[in-house]
Design a binder for this molecule. Structure first.
Ligand code: AMP
Ligand code: GLY
Length: 428
C-alpha cells in the first residue's frame, strides 16, 4: 500500500512511525512532514488547504490511501477533493469536520443525538454573552465558535476576562463549567461502524501541577489505571455511536477519527469537545500501544469496510509521552536552536523509547533545529506506567535544546509517583 500523510507535527510522526512498521505499507509519503518524519517517509511540499493540490499529489504518487492529520485541511474540505479523485482518504468530509470546526454545530448535533454535554448558549452580541455569563456564573467557559488553533477557549473566574474573550470573537459558545478529570477517547469510524481505541489523558497546561497557560498539550499517557473499566463501553453507547448515527441521518456521514474530549463529572460523563482527527499528544501514546497494523485499519475506515475488520489488539503495557517545548512557548517560542542528543536516545533507550518530532527543521548544514513551539514528543513504552514514565524521562534528559522546557509530572499521579488525595484520587 502506498500512503500519503498530510501534516507535519508529532501526531503525523507518530502515524508515520506506526505505518512504516506495517508490512502492508510499501511506500510512505508525507507533506509537508518535518525533520524527523524525513527519516521514515518521503517529504513533499503542498498547500495542505488546497484540495486540488493534495488530490493531484496523491494521484501523482499513486497513493492507495491519504491520511489527513490536522483539522484545518479537513475543515477546508481536503478529504472531499481526494475522495472525488477516487482515492480512499482517512478523514471526514468538510461537512462532517464541522463537528470540530464549529462548536455551535457540535452542540446542535449532540442535542439532537441526546449526547451528554455542558449546557450552553450560542451568543452573537455582547448583550447575549453577558446574559449567558450571568446565567451560569463563575467559573466562566467561553469558546470561540470556530477553529482557533487551541486558543479559542477561555476558562476563568474573572468576569471581565470572560467578557473580553466573548467580544473578541464573532460567535461564542458560553457553557456550564464541568469539573472532574478529563479523558480523551478516539474512535475510528467509516460512518457506520465505530471502533473505539484505548483512552488516554493529556496535560494541557504549560507547567507542573497544571499551572500556567493552556497549550496544545505537554504530554500524555495510556492506559488510565484509575478509570472505570466500563468507561469505553459507556462512551460508545452514550456518545460515539449516537453521534456517528446522527451525522449519518443528516446525510453527512462522519468517517475518519472521531475524538471525544470528555469530563468525568460527579454527575456522569460529559463531552467537552469533539475533534475530527487524531489528538496530539494522545496519539503518540495510543498508537504506541496498538498492535493491530495501522494501515489496514485506516484503509478499512476509508473504504467503508470496518464491519469486517478483526478486533483491535493492544499491548498490555503502558506508554508515556513528554513534550519538549521551545523556550518562550506558548507565548513567544524561540526557533532555530540546534537539538542534540537524539542519537543517544536511539542508541541507549530504543526501541522502547523514541523521539517524535513536532516543530523541527534541518538547517543549511543539515543539523536538526527547533522550528515550532512544541519541538519534540519523547515517547516511551514499558510494562507499566511507572516504567514507561521513568524511561521517557531518562530519554528526555538525553536531549539538549537551549532554553527548552518540559513538564516533570506527566503521568506522575497515575503511575503512583506522587500520593493522590483521598477526595480526588483521579484528577490529573
Ligand atoms: P477545548 O478546546 O474545547 O478542548 O477546550 C480546551 C480546554 O478547556 C479543555 O481541555 C478543558 O480543560 C477546558 N474546558 C473546555 N470546556 C470546558 C467546560 N465546559 N468546563 C471546564 N473546562 C472546560
Ligand atoms: N490533545 C488535544 C488536541 O489534540 O486537541
Amino acid at each position: 500500500m502506498r500512503i500519503l500523510v498530510i501534516g507535519g507535527g508529532a501526531r503525523e510522526h507518530a502515524l508515520c512511525h506506526a505505518l512504516i512498521s506495517d508490512p502492508a505499507v510499501s511506500e510512505l509519503h508525507c507533506a509537508p512532514g518535518n525533520a524527523g518524519i524525513a527519516a521514515v517517509a518521503t517529504r513533499h511540499e503542498v498547500d495542505a488547504l488546497d484540495g486540488a493540490a493534495v488530490a493531484a499529489l496523491a494521484g501523482r504518487l499513486g497513493a492507495d490511501l491519504v491520511v489527513v492529520g490536522p483539522e484545518a485541511p479537513l475543515v477546508a474540505g481536503i478529504a472531499d477533493a481526494v475522495r472525488a479523485a477516487g482515492i480512499p482518504v482517512f478523514g471526514p468530509s468538510g461537512d462532517a469536520a464541522r463537528l470540530e470546526g464549529s462548536k455551535a454545530f457540535a452542540k446542535e448535533v449532540m442535542a439532537a443525538a441526546g449526547v451528554p454535554t455542558a449546557r450552553s448558549y450560542v451568543c452573537v452580541t455582547p448583550e447575549e454573552a453577558d446574559e449567558a455569563l450571568d446565567a451560569f456564573g463563575p467559573p466562566y467557559v467561553v469558546k470561540d465558535d470556530g477553529l482557533a488553533a487551541g486558543k479559542g477557549v477561555v476558562v476563568t473566574d474573572d468576569l471581565e476576562s470572560a467578557r473580553a474573550h466573548a467580544r473578541a470573537c464573532d460567535r461564542v459558545v458560553i457553557e456550564e463549567y464541568l469539573d472532574g478529570p478529563e479523558v480523551s477517547l478516539f474512535a475510528v469510524t467509516d460512518g457506520v461502524t465505530v471502533v473505539p481505541l484505548q483512552p488516554a489523558q493529556d496535560f494541557k497546561r504549560a507547567l507542573d501541577g497544571d499551572a500556567g497557560p493552556n497549550t496544545g498539550g505537554m504530554g500524555a499517557y495510556s492506559p488510565l489505571p484509575w478509570a472505570d473499566p466500563k468507561l469505553t463501553d459507556e462512551v460508545m453507547e452514550t456518545v460515539l455511536r449516537p453521534t456517528v448515527e446522527e451525522m449519518r441521518r443528516r446525510g453527512t456521514p462522519f468517517s475518519g477519527l472521531l475524538y471525544a474530549g470528555l469530563a468525568l463529572t460527579s454527575r456522569g460523563v460529559r463531552v467537552v469537545e469533539f475533534n475530527a482527527r487524531f489528538g496530539d499528544p494522545e496519539t503518540q501514546v495510543v498508537l504506541a500501544r496498538l498492535r493491530t497494523p495501522l494501515a489496514g485499519l485506516l484503509h478499512a475506515a476509508a473504504t467503508g469496510e470496518l464491519a469486517d475488520f478483526p478486533p483491535l489488539r493492544w499491548s498490555d503495557g503502558a506508554a508515556v509521552t513528554v513534550v519538549i517545548a521551545a523556550g518562550g512557548y506558548p507565548e513567544a517560542p524561540r526557533a532555530g536552536d540546534p537539538i542534540e542528543g537524539l542519537d543517544d536516545v536511539a542508541a541507549h533507550d530504543g526501541p522502547e523509547a523514541y523521539v517524535l518530532h513536532a516543530g523541527t527543521a534541518l538547517d543549511a548544514d543539515g543539523r536538526v533545529v527547533s522550528a515550532g513551539g512544541r519541538v519534540l514528543s519523547v515517547t516511551a513504552t514499558g510494562p507499566d506506567l511507572a516504567q514507561a514514565r521513568a524511561l521517557a524521562y531518562r530519554s528526555v534528559a538525553r536531549v539538549r535544546l537551549a532554553g527548552s522546557h518540559h513538564r516533570t509530572d506527566i503521568a506522575a499521579r497515575a503511575a503512583g509517583a506522587v500520593p493522590s488525595s483521598p477526595q480526588s484520587p483521579t484528577i490529573e
